[in-house]
Write a protein of this length. Structure first.
Length: 142
């Protein structure tokens, strides 16, 4: 599995911790930046991660900004991306099972390092249930 990850300046520190965490689990990570905490424009990184997935150069993605809202909006503009801003474990699980989310969006201002690592682990373990949810994904894709 290849996982693309990106953030803005507010999510930079959490991104660094998640990259370390993912690598320690043997997951191949494409860090799309930024590579320091200087102020940046979040859409650049959302588009970079989303395009990696839509072009099949990565399987899944994680985006992090202060609130998670900007990254969600930006990523969901890319065809084929289903980015889910999650602030609870239940949302993390549901985003994969019911929505087949291919990008997990986290809010750095609201998420501790411990929760982020735990939620990423949960998200990566979950699988899309298919069934009645397929019809809804097909509607989104049209």
């Amino acid at each position: 599995m290849i996982l693309a990850i990106g953030s803005d300046h507010r999510g930079f520190e959490l991104k660094k911790k998640l990259v370390e965490h993912l690598l320690s689990k043997g997951i191949e990570v494409c860090d799309e930046g930024p590579f320091n905490a200087e102020s940046v424009d979040y859409p650049i990184y959302a588009f970079s991660v989303g395009e990696k997935i839509s072009q099949k150069n990565a399987d899944l993605g994680i985006l992090i900004c202060g609130s998670g809202i900007g990254m969600s909006i930006a990523a969901n503009r890319i065809k084929g991306i289903r980015a889910a801003l999650c602030t609870t474990r239940e949302q993390v699980i549901s985003s994969r099972r019911h929505n087949d989310a291919n990008v997990l969006v986290l809010a750095a201002d609201l998420t501790t390092e411990y929760l982020a690592k735990s939620w990423v682990d949960d998200w990566l373990k979950e699988k899309f249930e298919g069934g009645r949810h397929c019809k809804r994904i097909d509607i989104l894709d049209k």
